[in-house]
Design a protein around this ligand. Sequence first.
Ligand code: ADP
Ligand code: MG
Length: 671
Amino acid sequence: MSYTLKECGITPRKIELLNKANIFNSDDLFSYYPFRYETIEFKSYKDWKVSEKIAVEGILISAPSTYRYKANKSITRFNIMSENQILNVVIYNRPWASQLKLEQKLVVIGKYNGNNKITASNYYGKTIKDIEGISPIYPLTDKLTQKIISDSIKKAYDLLKDKIETTIPKKYIKQYNLLEKRDAIKLIHFPKTNNDIALALRTLKYEEFLRFNVAINILRKDNNTTYVKEGKKFNYDDVFILANNLPFKLTKDQYKVTNEILEDLQSNKVMYRLLQGDVGSGKTIVAALGLYATYLSKKQGALLAPTEILAKQHYNNLKKIFRPTKMKLAVLYSGLSSIKKKEILEKLVNNEIDILIGTHSIIQENVTFKDLGMVVADEQHRFGVEQRQKLKSKGNKVDFLLMSAPPIPRTLAMTLYGDMDVSTIETMPKGRKPVKTYLIKENSFLSVIKEIEYKLSLNEQIYVICAAIEESENYDARNTIQVYENLKKYFGNKYVVGLLHGKMTSEEKEETMIKFSKNQIQILVSTTVIEVGINVVNATVMIIYDAHRFGLSQIHQLRGRIQRGDKEGICYLLTDTKDKDSLERLKVLLKSNNGFEIATEDLRLRGPGDILGTRQSGIPGFILGNLFEDTKIINQSRIDAEEIVNNKNIDNIKFIELVTGNKNIDVKYMD
Ligand code: ADP
Ligand code: MG
């Protein structure tokens, strides 16, 4: 049961501020967890050590003086007397400290610098008894203060504490000695000791993961029970005969995952499988073999790509792979004439097309197959649970293979993609040269001009990537239009500069891409449109402006574009950010060329939001839980979730209802 903030007795002005932090009711308040705690502990002057954190109670003995050295920068100095010592205090950016009154009692918190000097982080007009202990520190927005948050939580808690219901089924509370929800909330917000915090975290994390795993488990059961089909009939040998016709040998992992897919196709269970592998690991051929098996079983297949350019490239690529067969392929995209489109759609219904290739939209539009047996969705980047489920619900008894980058380690995949089966290609085909990557702490191509000119003189080509298409007030990044103009000015006499971005028509994009692939364009300025797919073997250099604005996996994916031929690729990450964390993050790309590692780092730093897409999906996310540190809780809660879903006693049903509740998770299989 959740109460409005008004019902919690919070004033309208505060409600307004809380709303801005997405806090709308008592539940939101209680789950607005501190992101850290501050411990204030009294120690006598004689026990202070230099650089240590201290809390001291004293009397103000000199009038504070404030000096402002920038618009919102100031330094205030004053002296206090404590234990017969005169202490010099400085505090930054608290100009109102100049209001302190002589002889006033106050507590100063800060760092001891030696020689009776203190750099204060805060001061209070209270006694040390009042503030000693552990204080939660909450994330703040705008005008929201720590005090407003903690007061509001306190108010709501005092009012509602007897009404806070425990959601975790009793059995597990007992089994693991977990806290009742009421107590967990109390200890996370008002802890007295570090042990209190640890106890609260243990319970709340378990609850988060249990909710998540129950939701995922229900989706998975749903796949297994409602989606049954007639197994596809084909001969494995025939499939591998085609594989043996390729100009290269499949890697061990490609064999392994191909077998996993073929088994799924033959089984009565509808395939719902994720194929993951680093960029360039050779996922396409694996999907193609699955499509071929589908064809051998006399069913049609579809391959969906995120962009038209990639759809066309897949079409050409698959045509080559399937050349030894009699398969008929077609590619559908918006730029086709309506006559052509109509022709394809007719052939599709009449079973005169075996494999249809197109963008993701073809599955949504009125495309009717005679007998669709398998759908492959390539490069599902934003790959929330909801998107996956939607895609699945489109086809009736159709086997789904989803190909996703970035790949994540198996244990993480088991959690985050728990509603699917996961096949992973871990090894790369032999002979791949990693892309040499450099971090340039300047956002200008002039820093690498010599290298660029040299590469151009060797007749090699260059990608230049920008975070923005055009100039924009609210996005401070180099944009394609401006960079294109600049490069044209600089190189225009000798080389052709091209432009590619999402606002161009598909014909324009296509024309540019064709020119680039024929080396009629040498320098291609682009947004991340080129992130996926496209193969131009002669392009060996990539320059990425404002690199700090991209995700690590995204950059890794981008630089995969210049790892295609036998020449070594070189990638320059340009950035003028001074932010230490951003720079550290980018350095991961210099050290590692392993998509799994890079995605892991991305997950560690940015959380699983991108993968879960939880906000829209109704799948509970984790606020407290940490995918990397809480593996024990994750694994245990996965086992318990299975039990909860299988064993429908009242307690469990209540929990399932809470998880699926008003959300759009389909629980129709439940009896
Ligand atoms: P991704 O997994 O990123 O989609 P692709 O399927 O596009 O990668 O494969 C990248 C390139 O590697 C293609 O040119 C493909 O022909 C080639 N390739 C795939 N498998 C092998 C292999 N076993 N040995 C050598 N080259 C391969
Ligand atoms: Mg691919």
